[in-house]
Design a protein around this ligand. Structure first.
Ligand code: SF4
Length: 366
């Protein structure tokens, strides 16, 4: 086991003292309500605190309790999640809330094994909810804590959950006997505010002399940077208009961006031009030839594991498509905001809105 010069008492007392002076007042920290803590922890995965705050506040207005989340249609839950990405998280929240309501009278269970078996509760979320809400003795290792520990230990590897057992071994003798909730939050806050990924503020940190990375001058290079290996997808979409309405359709219930709404279209196959792909996709999906297509806009969006470039074309069809109303709707630009959309499609819609306003302002000036 790697040792530090700090005893458990000194480590947690020093840490908690630092936390008391430096912590941020965040909406989910005003309470120990386990539902609030659960939702915030799920939202905070892969997303910054600043981005999460408005989503969290809006969520609590729409779904203030586990029962209101469980009883809401999945589509409303996906809508409230729109923009946070990785939509499986929202589906899991909905599914888990239903189980909690049915089997646990609407109360989040305090038992590790029961909680970990609910949809979306991996070891991290389970430990976070149990320690932050109920003060149970589970250490939490999120990306911030992982970085702090790797630097304290001087572990010069990529930040990766596969080293968490090593980090746990290091952390375990430093855990306090009580105040587990504050201890875990303080570790996360130290990573977020001081031991930042770039330019860590070591001179404001309570542990510079016990930190191997700092004492060896390696705080900027530990952890090692991750190699980004995005899968890149090129796709085309048809913007098909009837009077003031646009045609959108729902993605299948499983797989990538499941259950979200988007414009018709799909991936460009190798060797195809953008227009060839568009004509083929529209024929496959709407059973109509495209009469003409004008390029409108290209948008790019990086999702968790891939980056998509969407080329949007204004299309005219040879005949009116006969729609399956369960998954295909004509909607106005105003009403489109009631539908859960992938971020790439939301960017195209923003462009259509800007274009509309621009045209209106030109007409107004005439
Ligand atoms: S001394 Fe610097 S690198 Fe070490 S834990 Fe503190 S902020 Fe991080």
């Amino acid at each position: 086991m790697i040792k530090t010069g700090l005893s458990p008492e000194t480590f947690s007392t020093t840490l908690l003292h630092w936390y008391k002076k430096n912590y941020r007042h965040l909406p989910w920290r005003q309470t120990k309500n386990p539902y609030f803590i659960w939702i915030s922890e799920i939202m905070l995965q892969q997303t910054t605190v600043q981005a999460v705050i408005p989503y969290f506040e809006n969520w609590m207005k729409i779904f203030p309790k586990i029962a209101s989340l469980s009883q809401a249609p999945l589509q409303n839950v996906l809508k409230a999640w729109q923009g946070l990405g990785y939509y499986q998280r929202a589906r899991n929240l909905h599914a888990a809330s239903t189980i909690i309501l049915k089997l646990h009278k609407g109360k989040i269970p305090k038992n590790y094994d029961i909680l970990k078996n609910l949809p979306g509760f991996g070891p991290y979320t389970t430990a976070a909810v149990l320690s932050l809400a109920f003060d149970l003795p589970y250490p939490v290792i999120d990306a911030n804590v992982r970085r702090v520990l790797m630097r304290l230990m001087g572990l010069a590897k990529e930040a990766n959950a596969r080293y968490d057992t090593k980090l746990q071994e290091f952390l375990s003798p430093l855990l306090p006997e009580k105040n587990m909730s504050t201890f875990n939050q303080a570790m996360m806050e130290l990573g977020a505010l001081t031991c930042k990924p770039k330019n860590p503020a070591c001179l404001l940190c309570p542990f510079p002399s016990d930190c191997k990375a700092f004492t060896q001058g390696k705080q900027e290079v530990i952890p090692k940077p991750k190699k980004k290996n995005y899968k890149k997808i090129e796709a085309v979409v048809g913007i098909i208009k009837k009077e003031n309405k646009f045609l959108i359709q729902k993605r299948p219930p499983n797989g990538l961006l499941a259950g979200l709404w988007e414009f018709p279209g799909g991936k460009i196959n190798s060797g195809e031009t953008q227009k060839q792909a568009l004509y083929r996709e529209i024929k496959e999906e709407l059973h109509s030839e495209v009469q003409g297509a004008n390029f409108l806009v290209t948008v790019r969006h990086a999702y968790t594991q891939f980056q998509v470039t969407l080329h949007a074309f204004e299309c005219k069809l040879e005949q009116n498509p006969s729609l399956d109303k369960t998954v295909q709707h004509w909607v106005t630009l105003k009403d489109i905001h009631h539908y859960p959309l992938p971020s790439g499609s939301a960017k195209i819609i923003r462009y259509l809105e800007d274009l509309k306003k621009h045209k209106e302002s030109i007409n107004y000036g005439k």
